[in-house]
Design a protein around this ligand. Structure first.
Ligand code: SF4
Length: 489
C-alpha cells in the first residue's frame, strides 16, 4: 500500500538526483558520500530503477556509524515496495548523524514509526514466503529433478529471503519464480537471480501435490477449527498457489462430523492393553534366527510374535514385523510401530504411513516394491486417558530388538536402506549420525548403501516446517536415483 510521504517538502526543490540500484548496499554507498558532502535530505531526489537486480544485503557498513537497530530495520525496509523508502532512510540517517543519535529510541517520531511500519510489512511478507512457497518437481536439463515454485510477494523480498531457501534446500536444485525477480539454486555455488517471470512459466500440479494434501488432511484438527485465526495465518490471497487450500472448505464442512466420530471412537480395553496373547514362546529369539532359512521371512515373522526379549511386548497388542517383497531393492526402516500399527499388526498403516505412501509415489517409488519395517517391533507408549502416546525406545530396547532387524536385512538383501528418523539412522550407522546434518546423501558402509531422512511422523508433528515435506520427497528421490545408478550397466 502506498503511504503518503512524511518528508516531502514542496518549498525545497530537490537539487541532486541520485541514481542507485534498488538495493540496500547501493543506497548505503551513496548515502555515505552524500553525508560526507553534507547534502541535506531535502536536496536529494532518490531514483532507483526497480527493474534492476538487487544485491543481497550484507552485514553493516562500518563507515556509517549508526545504532544497530537502525541498520537491521533499514535493511528490511529497503525491500518495501513504496518508492519513498530511500528518502525515508536518508532522512533518518541524516538526523542520527546530526545531533539525534538516539532518534531510534523516539518511538513516536513519525519517521521512526514509518520505518517500523515498512520493516514490519517486509518481515511479514518474508514470513509468508517461507510458509507458502510450494515447489513442484520437473525434469531438469541433466535428468535430475528440479523444483520450481511460484510466489507473488507484496514487496521486493526475493533476494532478502533467498538465503533461507538456500540453507533449507541445500541438497536440491530449485527456482523460485515471482513477477519481480526469480531466484535459482544449483545445489552449490551462489544463488543467482534473473528477471521476473510470468506465472505461466511455473509448472502446474505434480505428484508432490497429492502428498501435500495428504499431509494437510493428516494435521488438520477438526476439534480446533477457528476460521478467523486460520484466515489470518493463511490469508486467502495465497490459496490459489497452495495445493492443500482446495481441501479447506471440505475439511471445515466435515469438522463437526469428524469430532463426533472421534469422541465416539473409544477403544476397548482389549485393544488398548492386551490383545490376544500368543502361548509361551516355543523358540527363543536366537533359535528362530538361527533356524531361519533364506527366503523364510514368514518364519521369522511368526517367531517374532513370541519374542519376550525386552519388556516392550507386555503392554503392546502384538509384534509388528516388516512387510514387503523379499528380496527388495529398497528397505525402509522406521523407529517403531504406532497406535494403528499395533492394532492391525502391519507397519506404516496410520497417518504417517499414508503420508509416506504419497511421498514415495511423488519420488517415483512404489511401496509394494519396497520392504518396510521398524527398528523396534513392539509399540512403546504411555497411556493418557483413552489415548496411547508414543514414547521413544531406549537404547537397551533397540539393542534387544537388533537381531530381528539384522535377520530381516539378511533376508531382504536391499541395495539401499533408507533410515526414517534418528532412531533408525543411529541403530544402523552409529550414534554419531544426525538427521539434520546427514540427510539426503548416500552413505556407504561395509559395502551397503544407506540414506537418512526424517520420519514421516516428524512431518506430521512439525506443522511449522512445511518445506520439510518437499525435502522428504527429494531425499527419497536420491534413493531412487541411486538405485538406478547401481543398476545401470
Ligand atoms: S521390542 Fe523387539 S526385542 Fe522387545 S519384545 Fe518386541 S520383538 Fe522382542
Amino acid at each position: 500500500m502506498t503511504q503518503k510521504s512524511l518528508f516531502d517538502d514542496a518549498d525545497t526543490p530537490a537539487l541532486t538526483a541520485v541514481r542507485i540500484h534498488p538495493d540496500f548496499t547501493s543506497w548505503q554507498q551513496r548515502a555515505r558520500q552524500l553525508l560526507l558532502d553534507e547534502v541535506p535530505p531535502q536536496r536529494v531526489w532518490w531514483q532507483a530503477d526497480e527493474t534492476q537486480s538487487r544485491a543481497i544485503a550484507t552485514a553493516g557498513n562500518a563507515n556509517i556509524r549508526v545504532p544497530k537497530p537502525f541498520l537491521t530495520q533499514a535493511r528490511a525496509a529497503s525491500c518495501h515496495r513504496n518508492g519513498d523508502r530511500w528518502a525515508l532512510l536518508y532522512h533518518l540517517l541524516w538526523r542520527m548523524t546530526h545531533g539525534e543519535h538516539h532518534l531510534m529510541a523516539l518511538s513516536s517520531d513519525p519517521l521512526v514509526v514509518q520505518l517500523h511500519y515498512y520493516a514490519k510489512a517486509v518481515s511479514r511478507d518474508v514470513h509468508k514466503m517461507k510458509a507458502f512457497v510450494r515447489f513442484r518437481a520437473v525434469d531438469g536439463a541433466d535428468g535430475d529433478p528440479r523444483y520450481i515454485a511460484w510466489f507473488e510477494p507484496d514487496h521486493y523480498i526475493v533476494e532478502y529471503a533467498a538465503p533461507f531457501f538456500q540453507r533449507r534446500f541445500a541438497n536440491m536444485c530449485w527456482s523460485i519464480l515471482t513477477p519481480d525477480c526469480c531466484a535459482h539454486w544449483e545445489g552449490r555455488g551462489e544463488v543467482w537471480f534473473s528477471a521476473g517471470a510470468d506465472k505461466a512459466a511455473a509448472p502446474g500440479d505434480d505428484l508432490v501435490e497429492e502428498t501435500w494434501r495428504c499431509y494437510y488432511r493428516s494435521i488438520f484438527n477438526p476439534a480446533r477449527v477457528k476460521i478467523q485465526a486460520m484466515l489470518s495465518e493463511m490469508p486467502q490471497k495465497y490459496w490459489k498457489n497452495l495445493p492443500e487450500a482446495r481441501l479447506i472448505p471440505e475439511l471445515v464442512r466435515e469438522s463437526g462430523n469428524r469430532v463426533d466420530t472421534m469422541t465416539n471412537e473409544v477403544k476397548t480395553a482389549e485393544q488398548l492393553r492386551c490383545g490376544p496373547r500368543p502361548a509361551a514362546p516355543e523358540q527363543t529369539l536366537n533359535d528362530a534366527i538361527q533356524h531361519s532359512e533364506p527366503g523364510s521371512i514368514q518364519q521369522l515373522a511368526l517367531a517374532a510374535q513370541k519374542c519376550r526379549n525386552c519388556p516392550l511386548w507386555q503392554p503392546a497388542t502384538q509384534t509388528v514385523f516388516g512387510a514387503g517383497p523379499v528380496p527388495a531393492p529398497i528397505m525402509l526402516i522406521g523407529e517403531q510401530p504406532g497406535d494403528q500399527e499395533d492394532l492391525t499388526g502391519k507397519p506404516f498403516v496410520g497417518p504417517a504411513g499414508a503420508l509416506l505412501n504419497h511421498a514415495l509415489t511423488a519420488a517415483g517409488l512404489r511401496r509394494d516394491e519396497l520392504y518396510i519395517t521398524n527398528t523396534v517391533k513392539h509399540f512403546k507408549f504411555r497411556a493418557r486417558g483413552k489415548r496411547r502416546l508414543h514414547e521413544r525406545p531406549r537404547e537397551e530396547e533397540i539393542q534387544a530388538c537388533a537381531p530381528w532387524l539384522a535377520a530381516e536385512i539378511d533376508q531382504v538383501q536391499p541395495d539401499i536402506i533408507v533410515c526414517l528418523g534418528a532412531t533408525a539412522a543411529q541403530a544402523q550407522l552409529g550414534q554419531g549420525m544426525q538427521v539434520t546434518r546427514d540427510r539426503g546423501k548416500v552413505i556407504t558402509r561395509q559395502g551397503r548403501h544407506y540414506l537418512i531422512t526424517v520420519h514421516p511422523a516428524y512431518l506430521l508433528r512439525n506443522g511449522e516446517s512445511p518445506h520439510d515435506l518437499e525435502r522428504f520427497v527429494a531425499d527419497l528421490q536420491v534413493a531412487a536415483r541411486h538405485l538406478q545408478l547401481l543398476r545401470s550397466p
